[in-house]
Design a protein around this ligand. Structure first.
Ligand code: CA
Length: 578
């Protein structure tokens, strides 16, 4: 924490004075740089669409990105069958990142996480039948390779989703093992030499919790999720060799990293074995390519997933902040103090780095297993939906955004509803053929999805509205991308200015590579004025980088800087530099 201490060379900002930044900004020709007036008149800071100032610093090609999760089945359909596909994603790359930073209508996301694209009998495809092919419903290997190439041309990294806990019961490995057991003569014990695939899974004759009976036999197999997803025997050397082959196969194609599905299920109730296996995957992938990025899904308490950083994995999804019961939603709802959010952020950065100095937090707000956030709030919902996005996107690490959240899509209840078609347009386009074909690419959504009624307008309408959720999220990402310290720095809460309704923290880079910023947040639905001059460490932060105005435009309040007094409208955020 920052206390009442004087600003020292090591303590705040590192790359010079505000003058340097102003000059850099002028050199790069970026608009939006304003300075507080000294004659006592409040300077109204640009909002809502508004320009942002850029640091002018080169953004390194590292793991600290803004990532976009695409549920492939539901994102964009290129061929008119109503099913999202790889070419649909290619057709929408200009929406995700058009390759020109700062300008345009794109999100400026710099990494894609696609849910599994392997052949699979289900729409979600987390039960795989072939780990080295593309599901024909999604396209071809050539389509996938073209996507990789086009993404790399725009500076977008691509993460592949790998479920290694289980396969489909229709995977040839399982089918072969099952056939072997079904034809095994009465009284004869299985022999791995006769059928190595018998050892790929956990077969037993003792029925137990989490096991399913193999049809037509007195054998049972471990299947923790459901009978169609048999758990792999991750102790089996041949299984590990298969996994190493799968990693090499995709890395050879240029995949930049992996999202590892359900890592805490690798070994049920055996944290050490789970950690050891995760380390095996990490070491194998990084042995092929030290820059390979890995992020794990460990849906557990923070204390449990924090420990997995010791495996050397780059990132673990930060479940503590996510979902309708997470810290972000709790703060935005007013159930938690602003100070709780800021202090939790500060503490966890330190916790993760204590496990591994190279830890890169992976904040996210929702994913395909969680209810959409537009349903989290009742009063002043649109403002709260916006603020929550910023509280995710302004975190350190590699921040993830689930498709459709940037336009406030709805969807809750059964899983299918959480994966509703990306709401490109309300026009009745049936199953149009993606943007390349002139249509919207709207998908039909998962089988058995309810009719999900949307609360906010579709993307094409939000693009026309400077105060839309989309425009707010785009701006939050632009601020994140324009100031490398936001993702790469460390959070230091300014205690004197942080309380129930406001939080102020400095984002500082300990290696002194990047300029620091101050982030001030009003989590309440009332105007708040923060006297930045009252804390020694914040007095120098007088240059606005950008503001995030979560209002719907119906009020007359503004975000303003009057000398060192910063006024934030309800749910408002200001980012300042020295
Ligand atoms: Ca399709």
């Amino acid at each position: 924490m920052l206390g009442m201490v004087a600003c020292t060379a090591a303590g705040c900002g590192s790359n010079g004075t505000g003058r340097d930044i102003a000059e850099t900004t002028a050199e790069t020709g970026d608009p939006g740089q304003t300075t507080a007036t000294e004659d006592g008149e409040a300077e109204i800071l640009p909002a809502p669409g508004g320009e942002i100032a850029r640091s002018g610093e080169a953004v390194p090609d590292d793991a600290y990105r803004t990532s976009y999760e695409i549920f492939v089945w539901s994102f964009c359909d290129s061929d008119g069958d109503g099913i999202g596909d790889i070419n649909g994603i290619r057709n929408r790359l200009n929406y995700i990142n058009d390759g020109n930073s700062g300008a345009g209508d794109d999100l400026e996301c710099t990494e894609l996480w696609l849910t599994p694209v392997f052949p699979s009998p289900t729409y979600h495809k987390y039960d795989v039948t072939d780990y080295e092919a593309i599901d024909p419903q999604f396209g071809t290997m050539e389509d996938y390779e073209a996507l990789l190439s086009e993404c790399h041309g725009r500076g977008i990294r691509v993460l592949m989703d790998l479920p290694f806990n289980h396969t489909s019961s229709e995977h040839p490995w399982f089918q072969t093992a099952a056939q072997y057991l079904k034809t095994l003569p009465e009284g004869q014990d299985p022999d791995e030499k006769e059928c190595p695939y018998f050892d790929y899974y956990n077969f037993t004759k003792e029925p137990a919790d989490g096991y399913a009976q193999l049809e037509g036999t007195d054998w049972y197999y471990e299947a923790r999720f459901w009978s169609g997803m048999p758990d792999l025997n991750l102790d089996c050397a041949e299984v590990r060799r298969e996994i190493a082959d799968i990693l090499s196969f995709w890395q050879g194609k240029g995949v930049d990293g992996f999202r590892l599905d359900a890592v805490t299920s690798y070994y049920t109730e055996n944290a050490q074995a789970t950690s050891d296996f995760l380390q095996y995957v990490v070491n194998t992938a990084k042995g092929n390519d030290p820059d390979c990025y890995l992020v794990g899904e460990a849906w557990e308490d923070q204390s449990a997933y924090a420990k997995l950083y010791a495996t050397g994995i780059d990132s673990l999804f930060d479940f503590r902040f996510a979902g309708q019961d997470g810290i972000i939603a709790g703060t935005v709802r007013g159930n938690r103090k602003a100070s709780y959010y800021a202090e939790a952020l500060e503490k966890e950065e330190s916790l993760y780095r204590s496990m591994n100095p190279g830890a890169v937090n992976a904040p996210f707000y929702t994913n395909h297993d969680m209810a959409r956030s537009a349903g989290y709030y009742t009063k002043k919902g649109e403002s709260r939906v916006k603020l929550a996005q910023a509280l995710n996107l302004l975190q350190t690490g590699n921040a993830f955004l689930y498709y459709g959240e940037e336009i406030g899509m709805k969807g809750s209840g059964k899983d299918e509803n959480k994966r509703a078609p990306m709401y490109w347009t309300a026009e009745d386009t049936d199953t149009a053929a993606g943007t390349a074909g002139g249509g919207s690419g709207m998908c039909q959504g998962p089988p058995d999805m309810d009719d999900v009624a949307m609360k906010y307008p579709p993307l094409d309408e939000q693009l026309e509205d400077e105060r839309s959720i989309l425009r707010y999220v785009q701006k939050a990402i632009r601020i994140r991308n324009a100031w490398p310290v936001i993702a790469r720095g460390t959070t230091e809460v300014v205690d004197e200015l942080t309380g129930d309704d406001t939080a102020v923290w400095i984002r500082k880079d300990e290696k002194e590579q990047y300029r620091s910023v101050l982030i001030a947040v009003n989590t309440s639905d009332e105007m708040q004025t923060i006297e930045l001059g009252s804390a020694a460490v914040t007095a120098g932060y007088g240059n606005p980088v950008g503001v995030l105005d979560a209002g719907d435009g119906s009020g007359e309040t503004e975000i303003a800087l009057n000398g060192t007094a910063l006024t934030l409208n309800p749910f408002g955020i200001a980012v300042l530099t020295q």
